[in-house]
Design a protein around this ligand. Structure first.
Ligand SMILES: *Cc1c(COP(=O)(O)O)cnc(C)c1O
Length: 415
């Protein structure tokens, strides 16, 4: 038998039928109108924001990284609670525009921005985090054509990386950002061209559970921002320190000590160089804010035994939840936290592998786990599913119906 990941605290102690946001999972299934569905508990998202504010130094801004979960009701919730939104495409920009976001606090990063995306960002007044010198020239040319002073920041590829992160995005040769030694020349070019130079974006990794590593990376980022500012001879208005806060997914993962990160960051900011005295610092988070607030729910279609092994077949799988199948950001398939949703806390009665409906051996939601007796028609819950779930999955693969998405906030359900 293989272990499952830790069920998030909001659900771990429950007995009997799972409730999310105070609503039973069968009522949520009815409201969703189908299985499978994703449900996001916005009260848990609010609680994460509150925990962040308490742990972090005063004055630090928090941005929501929309690519973790671009469901509009989720974006709208974070629009109200955070200080800004970070985009990774023109498509995300269009969604937050339609949500009514204040573009003064929206930024747009990502290598390979098309002219149309740059035009959209600049005309809306969003900050473009430049990823290369050629992108800078294209942004300046587009701004000139539009007769708009563009808001431009420079994404820095630092010499260091965030150690122990699931995905590293800095250090060494990378498609992200401009190598740190070429940053001053690029900023001088932006200043010469009359752009509104916003500052630096230093994002060096994702899914880290190691407070010490995050603290070191933030300290190094603040020192690097000061060095670059001294060389440039001008202070950045903003420094985006990235994020990378992870959540536990599998059996050996332990939660990130955010309070420790906050303490260290407070000390680092208090001791920062004078040139950064008036700089606004920010952190951008996706996964940590919404990951544990999401649950993916599927219905059991079949139980079958092959060569003595039990397979529980559900209507949900990797086409909706690539990450839980172990094929997104995981080297080896390890089990996410899962449960039979009508039998929380029940004694295990058998071991089973939970699979989806796709004709591929990759389509597994959980491998060889202990479960209470589960029958056809029962519901299976996959926890820690609020970030990089549906939008990071191959929904067209095998042409099954898409998953539904709903939000719940203190018993109020919104489709
Ligand atoms: C993906 C991404 C994020 C969000 O990362 P999380 O691990 O979800 O917090 C933040 N900033 C940038 C630039 C990104 O590409």
């Amino acid at each position: 038998m293989k272990p499952i990941g830790p069920i998030p605290p909001a659900f771990a102690g429950q007995q009997g039928e799972l409730a999310i946001g105070g609503v039973s999972v069968s009522e949520l299934a009815e409201k969703a109108g189908q299985t499978p569905f994703y449900v996001y508990d916005l009260a848990l998202a609010s609680a994460q924001v509150a925990r962040f504010r308490t742990a972090m130094p005063d004055g630090l801004h928090l941005h929501y990284a929309v690519k973790a979960n671009p469901y509009p009701a989720v974006i709208q919730h974070f629009m109200e609670l955070t200080d800004g939104l970070d985009m990774a495409s023109g498509g995300e920009l269009a969604v937050v525009r339609d949500c009514g976001a204040d573009m003064a606090h929206v930024s747009f990063a990502g290598p390979g921005k098309r002219d149309g995306e740059l035009e959209l960002a600049i005309s809306l007044g969003a900050t473009v985090n430049l990823e290369s010198e050629t992108e800078a020239e294209r942004a300046l040319a587009i701004a000139g054509k539009l007769a708009i002073t563009p808001k431009l920041a420079v994404r820095v590829n630092p010499d260091f990386e965030l150690k122990g992160s699931g995905m590293s995005m800095g250090g060494g040769a990378k498609p992200f950002g401009v190598d740190q030694e070429r940053v001053p020349a690029l900023v001088w070019r932006l200043l010469d061209a009359g752009a509104d130079w916003r500052g630096f974006h230093i994002y060096s990794g994702s899914q880290s559970l190691d407070a010490e590593a995050i603290a070191q990376s933030q300290e190094a980022s603040i020192a690097l921002a000061a060095d670059l500012a001294e060389t440039i001879g001008e202070a950045p208005k903003t420094v985006n320190l990235g994020g990378g806060f992870g959540i536990p997914y599998t059996a050996n993962d332990t939660p990130l000590d955010v309070e420790q990160v906050g303490e260290r960051l407070g000390a680092a900011l208090a001791g920062r160089e004078d040139i950064l005295a008036d700089t606004q610092f920010m952190i951008e988070l996706g996964r940590w804010l919404i990951g544990e607030a999401g649950v993916y729910v599927a219905r059991i279609l079949d139980r079958k035994v092959s060569k003595g092994e039990l397979f529980i077949v559900t209507d949900g799988g990797m086409h909706h939840h690539l990450a839980a199948s172990g094929n997104f950001g995981m080297v080896m398939k390890r089990n996410y936290p899962v449960a039979i949703a009508l039998k929380m806390g029940a004694e295990p009665a058998e071991s089973a592998t939970i699979v989806g409906p796709l004709c591929t051996p990759l389509d597994r939601l959980a491998v060889d786990i202990a479960v209470p007796r589960a029958d056809i028609g029962d519901l299976v819950a996959v926890f820690a599913s609020g970030a990089y779930g549906l939008s990071a999955s191959p929904i067209h693969f095998l042409s099954h119906p898409n998953a539904a998405e709903i939000v719940v906030n203190e018993r109020k359900i919104t489709i």
